[in-house]
Design a protein around this ligand. Structure first.
Ligand code: OAD
Length: 245
């Protein structure tokens, strides 16, 4: 931890860095959406505490039982549908307007950054509001809740799947490349509400730091990177991010 151990002092220092920055990158995880009511994955009531990821979020699970996987995603869509962005998402919209080269990278599939008004969002793990055809590969937005048990493609009739990245799958190389490019030039990076255990997102903060960025974590709890980054600010992102403006 840096000399700025007091939270107000940390926030003041970060605000100053952001005010001077010509470029900034933000990586978000499930924690930024927690205050909107979105369940996280690894907390006390986290999604992967209640469900076996390998039974539901892998290509093998989908091949074995597409109905069960769709039931899970329909349930998640139902939870997400009424939820709205919180002040953490909104503060990032404002930062995007203020900082000339601003990059928002998210691991979240909930679409809340878009809903808040962020213009450019790199969605590393896809978006739950999009479906992808397992036959022709067409990707379309579909906000119907619930989708049929075995939804099919409007153009070729093949089975649709959620347009999200499952365990064991590759991330979109074009999105990854743009993210890494941004990390090369960013002067300040915020790592917000992520437990830092799922690669490659987990090491993006370190990657930016090694390339000279001032990297700050904002999280309710300590993570494997606390003490490694330049600052670790403990608290709710919906409270801390607005204070940076
Ligand atoms: P996790 O559930 O692993 O971690 C959520 C983090 O947010 C934890 O470190 C919490 O301490 C923190 N947190 C919770 N509420 C917060 C708040 N109000 N303000 C700030 N921080 C808060 O979620 P992720 O790190 O996003 O991947 O998980 C990464 C990936 O694992 C997900 O994208 C998903 C999952 O498996 C796929 O599905 C491919």
């Amino acid at each position: 931890m840096s000399a700025a151990s007091n939270r107000d002092e940390q926030i003041r220092l970060l605000r100053e860095k952001l005010a001077q920055a010509k470029s900034a990158a933000v990586l978000t995880g499930a924690g930024i959406s927690a205050e909107s009511g979105v369940p996280t994955f690894r907390g006390k009531d986290g999604l992967w505490k209640q469900y076996q990821a390998t039974e539901l979020a892998t290509p093998e699970a989908f091949a074995r039982n597409p109905r069960l996987v769709w039931e899970f995603y329909n349930w998640r869509r139902e939870i997400l549908k009424p939820l709205a962005p919180n002040p953490g998402h909104t503060a990032l919209v404002e930062l995007e307007k203020r900082i000339p080269r601003f990059t928002l990278i998210t691991q979240n599939i909930d679409g809340l950054h878009h809903a808040a008004g962020s213009e450019k969002v790199m969605e590393l793990h896809g978006n739950i509001w999009y479906v992808r055809c397992t036959g022709c590969g067409r990707v379309t937005e579909d906000r119907t809740v619930p989708l049929p048990e075995r939804p099919s493609c409007g153009s070729c009739g093949a089975l649709l799947r959620p347009h999200v990245v499952w365990f064991g799958e590759m991330l979109d190389p074009a999105i990854l490349e743009s993210a890494y490019e941004a990390l090369q030039f960013t002067q300040v990076m915020l790592v917000v509400g992520t437990s830092g255990v799922v690669q490659p997102a987990a090491s993006m903060g370190l990657n930016a730091k090694q390339q000279g960025a001032f990297v700050v974590e904002i999280n309710l709890e300590a993570t494997p990177y606390t003490g490694v980054y330049d600052l670790s600010i403990q608290g709710k992102s919906g409270e801390i991010l607005p204070l940076l403006l």
